[in-house]
Design a protein around this ligand. Sequence first.
Ligand code: PHE
Length: 493
Amino acid sequence: MAEEAVLRYLEKNEEISDSGKFAEDRGLSHDDILNIIKSLNGFRLVDAQDIKKERWVLTDEGKKYAEAGSPEVQLFLAIPAEGIAREDLQKKLESSIFKIGSQQAIKNKWIEMGKSQVSRKVQQVEDKIKILLLQIQNGEAVSSEDIDALKRRKLITQQIWKGYSVRKGPKYAPKRKKAATDLTRENIQRGDWKELEFKEYNFSAKGQPLEGGHLHPLLKVRRQVQMIFLQMGFEEMPTNNFVESSFWNFDALFQPQQHPARDSHDTFFLKEPSTTKILPEDYVERVKEVHENGGYGSRGYGYEWKREEANKNLLRTHTTAVSSRMLYLLAQKPFAPKKYYSIDRVFRNEAVDRTHLAEFHQIEGVMCDRGLALSDLIGVLHEFFSRLGMSKLRFKPAYNPYTEPSMEIFSYHEGFKKWVEVGNSGMFRPEMLQPMGLPEDVQVIAWGLSLERPTMILYGIDNIRDLFGHKVDLGLIKRNPVCRLGLQYMDSA
Ligand code: PHE
């Protein structure tokens, strides 16, 4: 109906100068006309120009007074010629009408309001407010002082009215052909495809959002780090045991049994099963010996090593527990150089805050070969971290029970404009490697870092609880972008 009206009108007339008036004259809804014009304009059948008009409309309060009269007149009319007690007048009127009405009527000098008595000061009044409101309602012109007065009393507000003026467009036709969106088998059989007008492709239309699985940012970054290790020739270590014995997590790493990290304040110990059943006995003997008395050029710690302490089960506190198992296994075969990595979860009994959780993920790299030196470690760290996008590195001497020398790794963060700690590293001590049975000239270099840290930096997350745990916004998981770290080295995976 509306479409036909617009197109037919333009067949004989130059222009629809005002879509609002056009709709009103024909008893059509202006919204319908607007939608039709938009669509016809999109297909270039018509050429539409915006028109904007500012106009005044009545507020709800204004509408009430336009009907029932202004409060001041209502109040005036409620006062009889002989006057009325204030209380009685109040009872006759709505409280807002009484309040506003008396203010205005006093201002207009229409009434006299004494302490107890109210009386008229004039015989008659004219309801100018009501007249003005009705004029505005009918779209008649009103002086600017009157507009200001009504505006101040919040009886009218400005409304921006939008419409169009419309002329024929380049593709004008008195009737729109419905554009075909598909070429069907029937079109071809009937031959009517020759007459059909096809809808043009809209290449900028958004596709349907895909519903499907989404990868968590940690998984994306883990995948990228994994690719870096694989491209550098590293093999993945089996990390599928969150529960570990103290022996592999600490003792095998030459971490003394009194070390504070072995306290329940730092480590989660298991109640059930509380101890491990199987450990390689001859190796356990050599570990006990090196802790107590040393060997391989070491003096040891000189304390009484307890088997019960080593048997205690715990949730592994670092992935170096996995590395110690792997190195022990490696030592049981004729030696061959190896490069291993792992990325998995570890647990620490820590107070949770914006950068710490009681569980997180560690990334660990381990290289074993004859004659490796600290320079090899520094070299491989430069290679690894530059692939992660961190090419400016600095090292700071540090201490780990199982490495000597040990180095903390710092990287210059271009965004934060400062050096940030990104990992820890070192050369495994002979006290750790020799009891395993590795040849004397075999050195092992290793480093570790958290997965969460680079993920938070990459995705601009500053509270770890927004990344991991029950408070995570599922929207983050759905909408987080592709991980671009080290993209230059990536294949299409
Ligand atoms: N295990 C260390 C940590 O938890 C990291 C590390 C791994 C240090 C390997 C040196 C060698 O911080």
